[in-house]
Design a protein around this ligand. Structure first.
Ligand code: ADP
Length: 896
């Protein structure tokens, strides 16, 4: 068998043993891909493929140098492939190749962006969903159980919140095509089918006990079989990838519903927390609020926004810290400056445990560990900060251990270490005696070689002599051609070049052997010592994670303080749930950045729990409602808020339903989506929730819409008792305030003079009297005649008078078709030509009075049909869109 066949054969059999999509196999200094895999990487990564032919068979192959595999791995994994890596090892009987790791989206460590990369597992058991999320880049591991009525929805919300890069569906979830489809749509995750047995409660619990120890497993107290299955499966999976990443996962965190306020995925999107409805980051609350100086800080702020808390104690502590930081400008800036030197410790800890950290990474660990005492010192020296909970945050990690590790690294690492571990020069003098001796001897030998030419020149009176070293010849003495004859006898000629001769001597050869021995030993020893050091860092992973988290938290708190100071925000007063919400001169945190914002008050209480918000289109209803939700949310992450004052009774969840722009773009039925969202709110909200409804029932016929909005209002008011803001264009609903105790009307005021509307942006008590829709049509550039005609129609509707439909016949002979919308019955009826006063007036406009001849005679069959259809339309039961398209169609038929 030829070498090529052997290698391709070996490749194929290794590949068959793995469940990876692609295999990279080390062959000497290269990682090679063969056959299908070579084609795939060639196409995906623009890698040059060549053909290796052997025994009449041609194999495509592609390769990358060993030192350059990482970026290719990353690119493949980011395209969703699982890549196995087989390394080559020397043994006494030759090369051995075996798969050492399988890299997948969730286990890719070498990431450059700041976002967390979660691998998630989701398991369903008897209607209960268990979810586990592990971020191997930081070691964060969280599990939760969702077991309420809408467990499936809840599970999706969690998945959406964590936005994993890889999802392991449990055995039953795999059969739920619908759920898998939604996961595919809503996240950018790769779905991986891990062995079913890993999800089984027994095996899963075993894996968890191995990883976290029985005690911590017990203290975390995960009971649900689904959750145990999900958590255990991830542990098993990460282990199986062989990437060594498991060691970074040290702590199991369970989060339950009680700690956090509910914020479903729809609401996260509607409130544009981390991205806007259009999908951009710019313009989101996060983009406005983020002044963090480290990437872990940014990550933390994001997760706070997505998971507002319910615990008043925890929030009061955060607020006290932010408050202290707002009042200590100098110390705050100092803090941010030193925090700016911090690297991503949680990630570095993971790299150390997986053995992929290089000297630069260890230096980064060292430097970041130095940040903590600097932070402590700043806190100690600023009395406002000393007395705040910040101090406890900084003191939370095991500082002694951190300091020891810092010292160890500082003693060991050279200041400017080389990029790769193999190069030498990683460690300082004085760190290890043997190493020092080797270095000294090495330097002595180097000096000997450096001065050799000088000595030889003097001793043998040589001209044009120099000493060099290269890979093939080793060390040599080189003499220019013209002087080569003068070489002493003991010089052994080893090479003749064009202009010179190369020689060696016994002494030179001996010293060369020694220097090579020393170089080898020095390399080995340095590497050994470095690995020990890395091991030492890995042993401190948990401490490093704690330090990283503490620094991230302080970064977020300082960022919140910066924003509060710069934007004149105020510290909210938190109150018990159910105590209502009182905001004085509140603003929208994002809109206020770009607009001369008009602040507004808001008061929701037990007695006044449901506000119906009316006002012209574009007057600011949505903004008012969203700002309320955002102020509550900000208070519940422990931030100051954009208001003159705010008293916030904590809510257990924020639910929103707003105009579904994005769903429209996705081609889903808006009305269906609207109703699903409404249904979710009516099911899930409680008397401690905040509900924001921005129009309900618009997507259907008017009477349907009003009925649904009406009934939903009654239900929220009578059964749910949630604090609710409901913006509607159905003025009929404003009368509900007269009949339901806790419902009140507010409106966003506008001023109308001489037909010009000025938006005042001020929210006042009471309902508006109309919607100013025609004014907006005018603003939007709808043609003048249509605007004028709308005004006439509106006027007649208000006066409850019949309106006739204007139309003109074909063939140039203008004619009025007289159809009347009867407000009383809501029906369109054909009017008699000698009908009402308006009809006469309009008929006169058209320049001809209708004669007695029937329409059919004038316009043919079509006109009569159209008229029939027109009469049959039930306006109250037809949506405006349908009406418009029907009118369009009739017109086309009549034009014909
Ligand atoms: P509506 O929901 O009534 O149609 P929006 O809330 O969408 O109106 O507001 C329309 C526009 O008015 C928005 O672009 C917003 O920037 C601006 N706006 C809303 N409220 C205010 C305010 N209080 N101060 C200044 N501008 C506002």
């Amino acid at each position: 068998m030829t070498e090529a066949e052997g290698i391709v054969g070996e490749f194929n059999s290794l590949k068959a043993d793995s469940d990876a999509d692609v295999l990279a196999m080390q062959v000497g200094d290269f990682y090679e891909f063969f056959d299908e895999d070579a084609k795939l990487v060639g196409e995906e990564l623009d890698l040059k493929t060549s053909k290796k032919s052997s025994g009449g068979v041609k194999y495509p192959m592609a390769g990358v140098p060993v030192s350059e595999l990482t970026p290719y791995l990353k690119a493949l994994v980011e395209r969703g492939y699982r890549v196995a890596v087989a390394d080559q090892r020397e043994t006494e009987s030759g090369h051995v190749r075996e798969i050492t790791r399988v890299v997948t989206p969730g286990t890719l460590l070498d990431v450059t962006d700041a976002d967390a990369r979660y691998v998630a597992a989701v398991v369903e058991d008897d209607g209960v969903y268990g979810l586990a999320f592990a971020d191997v880049t930081t070691g964060q591991f969280s599990v939760t159980t969702v077991d309420d009525e809408d467990a499936r929805d809840g599970a999706l919300t969690e998945l959406y919140r964590f936005d994993p890069v890889e999802v392991l569906p449990g055995p039953r979830v795999r059969e739920d095509d619908d759920l898998l489809g939604t996961i595919r749509d809503r996240t950018s995750a790769t779905l991986t089918l891990h062995e079913s047995s890993a999800f089984a409660p027994g095996q899963a619990r075993h894996a968890l006990t191995e990883q976290f120890g029985a005690a911590s497993l017990e203290s975390v107290d995960i009971e649900a079989a689904a959750t145990v299955g999900a958590a255990g499966a991830i542990v098993d999976y990460v282990e199986e990838t062989g990437t060594g990443l498991l060691a970074s996962i040290t702590r199991l965190q369970r989060y339950g519903d009680a700690a956090f306020a509910e914020l479903d995925s729809t609401t996260q999107r509607n409130l544009e927390l981390t991205e806007t409805m259009q999908g951009g980051v710019e313009g989101s609350l996060y983009s406005v609020l983020d002044h963090t100086v480290t990437s872990p800080g940014g990550r933390r702020l994001k997760s706070w926004l997505q998971r507002p808390r319910q615990s008043r104690d925890a929030l009061d502590e955060r607020l006290a810290s932010v408050d202290a930081l707002t009042g200590a400008a100098l110390a705050r800036e100092e803090l941010r400056e030193v925090l700016g030197d911090a690297y991503d410790l949680e990630r570095l800890a993971s790299k150390a445990t997986s053995g992929s950290a290089d000297a630069g990474d260890l230096l980064a660990v060292r430097d970041t560990l130095a940040v903590l005492p600097a932070v402590e010192e700043i806190i100690e020296n600023a009395p406002r900060l000393t007395d705040s909970p910040l101090r406890a945050i900084a003191e939370r990690p095991d500082r002694e251990r951190a300091a020891e590790l810092h010292e160890a690294l500082d003693d060991a690492l050279a200041e400017d270490p080389p990029k790769t571990v193999q190069e030498g020069g990683l460690l300082t003098r004085g760190y290890d005696e043997e190493l020092d001796e080797l270095i000294e001897r090495h330097e002595e030998l180097e000096r000997w070689f450096d001065t050799l030419d000088e000595r030889e020149r003097r001793q043998y009176d040589l001209r044009h002599v120099s000493v060099g070293r290269n890979k093939t010849d080793g060390y040599y003495i080189q003499i220019g051609k013209s002087a080569a004859d003068e070489a002493p006898d003991h010089y052994e000629n080893v090479k003749t070049l064009k202009n010179s001769e190369r020689f060696r001597t016994d002494e030179l050869a001996e010293r060369e052997r020694e220097i090579m021995r020393i170089e080898e030993r020095r390399g080995e020893l340095e590497y050994e010592l470095f690995c020990e050091l890395r091991e030492q860092v890995a042993d401190c992973a948990e401490t490093l994670q704690d330090v990283g988290r503490a620094l991230a938290e302080i970064d977020v708190l300082a960022s919140l303080a910066v924003h509060a100071v710069e934007n004149d925000w105020t510290c909210p007063t938190l109150a018990a749930p159910g105590e209502g919400i009182d905001i004085e001169a509140g603003r929208h945190p994002v809109v206020e950045q770009t607009t001369d914002f008009v602040p507004n008050d808001l008061s929701l209480s037990e007695q006044r729990a449901f506000l119906i918000v009316t006002g012209p289109n574009m007057s600011g209803k949505s903004t008012y409602m969203r700002q309320t939700a955002l102020i509550v949310l900000l208070a519940q992450i422990g931030s100051f808020v954009p208001a003159r004052s705010a008293r916030i009774g904590l809510v257990d969840g924020i639910y929103t339903r707003v105009g579904a722009l994005d769903e429209l773009a996705q081609g889903r039925s808006t009305f269906m989506v609207e109703m699903q969202e409404l249904s979710k709110i009516l099911h899930s909200a409680t008397d401690e929730s905040l509900v924001i409804l921005d129009e309900v029932g618009r997507g259907t016929a008017t009477y349907d819409g009003i009925s649904i909005a009406w009934a939903a209002t009654e239900y929220l008011h009578n059964e749910v008792h949630a604090k609710t803001l409901f913006a509607t264009h159905y003025h009929e609903l404003t009368t509900l305030a007269d009949h339901l105790d806790r419902v009140a009307n507010v409106h966003v005021a506008a001023d109308e003079r001489d037909g010009e509307v000025t938006f005042l942006r001020t929210v006042r008590d009471g309902p508006t009297d109309r919607s100013y829709g025609i004014h907006v049509a005018d603003l939007a550039g709808v043609p003048g005649p249509v605007v004028d005609r709308s005004n006439t129609v509106l006027q007649r509707l208000r006066e409850e008078k019949a309106i006739e439909a204007k139309g003109s016949g074909g063939g140039g002979s203008a004619e009025t078709k007289q159809v009347v919308f009867d407000v009383g019955s809501g029906q369109m009826t054909a009017a008699s030509t000698d009908g009402g006063d308006a009809a006469t007036a309009d008929a006169a406009d058209s320049g001809e009075t209708g004669g007695s001849d029937p329409l059919t005679e004038q316009f043919g069959e079509d006109a009569a049909d159209v008229l029939d259809e027109l009469s049959a339309v039930d306006v109250a039961e037809t949506s405006p869109i349908e009406l418009m398209s029907a009118v369009q169609e009739w017109r086309e038929r009549l034009d014909d």
